[in-house]
Write a protein that binds this ligand. Sequence first.
Ligand code: ZN
Length: 183
Amino acid sequence: MNSQYGLVFCPRSGKSEGNEQLLDKLFNTGFLGEPFSLQYEGQSKQQTGYLTGENFLKLITFLGCSPQLAVVPPNEYSQWHHFCHIEIQQHQSPRYYKGLKHSKCSCPQCQSRVSKVLPDLAQWSPGSLQLVCPKCQQKTLVEDLSWRHSAGFGSLFIIIHSIYPSEAVPSDRLMELLNSGPF
Ligand SMILES: [Zn+2]
């Protein structure tokens, strides 16, 4: 089980050797910490991921009051969903990933929320699905809607678990790193 919500980044990448380069950079700047692998009593699946790095809090900007983040793995599995950690997902082909049960997305032209008229994205592939905005009639590929880090499309995902997508944004430095391809 993952946490119930997370902040999702999906650098537009392609080649897997580029992903390795990016992960190295994220590690060297102190965004990513050590990898972990944990087995909780009564759980068949191992929990794996990365701890937050030493500069993690400098690379993420919180929008409200400073948060109480649990950055150490909990002793009890029942506390797992509070644990702020980083998951890296790499896939062979691009796919859709959502960090919230109900993703929030809006029309890039008129900014109105279009979550309610979203097509089913389980079978998404690049360039395959368009959405017509009910308000301004603008046609947009679903991957070009404004997702505000609540979901993403790609073959590499960097997911920060237990941070609500509207609670924080990546700092300029982090965005620079994520966009510092070519990947
Ligand atoms: Zn619109």
